[in-house]
Design a binder for this molecule. Structure first.
Ligand code: GLA
Length: 626
């Protein structure tokens, strides 16, 4: 009995420790930026054309316009603040003596006296992106961090240009991280390397997930992201955001005149939904009222600054109409919901309570209209202008335990294209999803996939596709599908009727969005002979093709998976669990995902794998304890 109790206690301890670690997996805790940083940066509006007079006027306006009181406290200089060449004869960085005649210490004193903080810009290479000679910190990391500290700098944006051969990005950023940690002043570290890497949350307080922002709505796949492109790119890393560590889709373009007011409202709404840094990039000395109304909307800012620090995500997407949710606080009773219209005309968008995990009656407040909309049961619908976003706060009295998968409510006419003649097909060939023989839904549509082919989308809960006369020969034991999903869903593989024998269930893990396709696999009970295959869906998923295989699809692992000895040191212990925790919440295709740690080979690393390792962990502890 004692042994059982010890085992149970140990198991619970492991789960608790892992849960705590996973909550803050990998974030750098320098106690800064516990909510997404807010401020202003010179690049989007002035590029390299900055001087001390202009920057002091910006500081004055940050106070007089109400920006400071709204939370915008970092005044960040971008490229070209430095002299040319950038270093003095001793090798220390210096400000441009003509444009910043009083020097950086004097400027930071001015900024600090206003209750603001001063940010500066540097680069991991030999020169910044404007190629100012000697301006890079390569080899000068400690010295430059100390210089910044002596000037009273509070924030460093660290760029990625002019990299000498043989440099390693991670090493360079870690060097500046430790230089900042040892410079004697708290300095927020903003990584600007134009894309996410899994070491970034442990290295900086924020990291750019995108190329540079452009003052445009949609710039396709160009390195300069339009607002909608940056939203899509940044939404791929939802799980990496946590207090002190934020995904950065780049600075705001609000007020820079290249987009409509609705588009700028979408930028501000969606940056807030994604817990992104809110760094204004316009000439705040001459803001229109419309720009002020966006930047100073405290209720929207509060969504961004929610102390729980969760990045919101897309839960529903159909025909360019999207629903996003961000939990606010930790009691599960309040959520921010964004209804985003990517299309060129006004449309109604509905959020169903089941999309966001609540039930019953809930109150709705519109954060742009600044109006309470009343109490609603089950859903809320709003009219959303082209490229606009309606942002609402939805509050329930009771926390719901519902975690049901999102459902889609497409509005377009379905265009099913069933295969007319039923011929026998091999289960082991690639079966295109759109080659179904029949289906039970009028909403399902054929969609174009990014790889140029077709797939099936607009699937609702309970929909199924039927593939007649599929020949399993002497036996199939696994199922594989190419799927895209911005949430999660289940695909049941049933035989000969929608409620027939359940061969297996593919638990589809999120692939971040509806256009990112990944192969996902599950094992099934052995199926032989010719059967009609029913793919029965709960939750929304896009599916391109599927196939079956004759052997159980085990992960590409070695014995490590089966022993739990992930570090191969001959014993299963906490060290192995810690290794697994580093990949927690990743799915096949993520940079964090390591098939060796996917103990059950289901394509995602989660509590189920911890449980498997923990089971082995207990037995080892029992054996080694005296
Ligand atoms: C890069 C960065 C921009 C800006 C410029 C300055 O392009 O991504 O945000 O800092 O450099 O040269």
């Amino acid at each position: 009995m004692k042994k059982v109790l010890t085992t149970v206690t140990l198991f619970i301890m492991v789960i608790l420790v892992i849960s705590l670690m996973v909550l803050n997996a990998g974030a750098w805790n320098n106690s800064l930026a516990k909510t997404p940083p807010m401020g202003w940066n010179s690049w989007n509006i002035f590029a390299g054309n900055i001087d001390e007079t202009k920057i002091k006027q910006i500081a004055d306006t940050m106070v007089s316009s109400g920006m400071k009181d709204a939370g915008f406290v970092y005044l960040n200089l971008d490229d070209n603040w430095m002299a040319n060449p950038a270093r003095d004869s001793s090798g220390n960085l210096r400000a441009d003596p003509t444009r910043f005649p009083s020097g950086m210490k004097s400027l930071s004193d001015y900024v600090h006296a206003k209750g603001l903080k001063l940010g500066i810009y540097g680069c991991r290479g030999t020169m910044t992106c404007m190629n100012v000679p000697q301006s890079g910190s390569k080899g000068y990391e400690d010295r430059d961090a100390k210089t910044f500290a002596s000037w009273g700098i509070d924030y460093l944006k660290y760029d990625n240009c002019n990299i000498p051969n043989g440099s390693d990005m991670k090493t360079d950023y870690q060097k500046m991280q430790s230089a900042l940690a040892n410079c004697g002043r708290p300095i927020v570290f903003s990584i600007c390397a134009w894309g996410y890497a899994d070491w970034m949350p442990a290295t900086g307080n924020l990291w750019r997930t995108t190329g540079d922002i452009a003052d445009k709505w949609d710039n396709g796949t160009n390195w300069f992201n339009g607002i909608i492109n940056a939203i899509d790119n940044n939404s791929k890393y939802t799980n990496s955001a946590t207090p002190g560590a934020w995904n950065d889709p780049d600075m705001l373009e609000v007020g820079n005149k290249g987009c409509t007011t609705e588009e700028y409202r979408t930028q501000f709404s969606m940056w807030s939904m994604m817990a992104a840094p809110l760094i204004a990039g316009n000439d705040i000395r001459s803001m229109t009222q419309a720009t002020k109304d966006i930047l100073l909307n405290k209720e929207v800012i509060d969504v961004d600054q929610d102390p729980a620090g969760k990045q919101g995500s897309r839960v529903k997407s159909a025909n360019g109409l999207e629903v996003w949710v961000k939990p606010l606080g930790t009691d599960g009773k309040t959520k921010a919901v964004a209804l985003l219209n990517r299309n060129s005309s006004t449309s109604s968008i509905t959020v169903n309570w089941s999309d966001i995990g609540i039930t019953g009656s809930a109150t709705v407040r519109d954060l742009w209209a600044k109006a309470d909309k009343g109490s609603f049961n089950g859903s809320y619908t709003a009219s959303v202008p082209s490229h606009g976003t309606v942002l609402v706060k939805i509050s329930t009295a009771q926390t719901s335990t519902s975690t049901s998968a999102p459902t889609l409510t497409p509005t377009a006419t379905p265009t099913p294209t069933p295969t007319a003649v039923v011929t026998q097909r091999s289960a082991f060939s690639k079966l295109e999803a759109e080659s179904y023989n029949s289906l039970n839904s009028t909403t399902i549509q054929t969609v174009t996939t990014v790889n140029g082919g077709s797939g099936i989308g607009y699937i609702n809960n309970g929909n199924y596709l039927v593939f007649n006369k599929i020949d399993f020969g002497s036996g199939a034991t696994s199922f594989k599908a190419l799927v895209a999903d911005s949430g999660t869903a289940n695909i049941e593989i049933r035989l000969n009727s929608p409620t027939g024998t359940l061969a297996g269930t593919l638990q589809v893990a999120s692939t971040s969005d509806w256009n990112t396709y990944q192969e996902q696999t599950c094992s099934i009970n052995k199926v032989t002979g010719v059967n009609d295959v029913y793919l029965v869906f709960s939750g929304a998923v896009n599916i391109d093709w599927f196939t079956f295989a004759g052997t159980v699809n085990t992960p590409t692992s070695t014995a490590a998976i089966f022993t739990g000895d992930l570090n191969n040191d001959g014993v299963v212990n906490m060290a192995d669990v810690i290794i697994l925790a580093g990949s927690f919440n990743s799915v096949r295709g993520d940079t964090k995902y390591n098939p060796l740690y996917d103990a059950n080979g289901d394509g995602s690393i989660n509590m189920a794998d911890v449980v498997i390792i923990a089971g082995k962990f207990n037995s080892v502890v029992t054996k080694t304890a005296s």
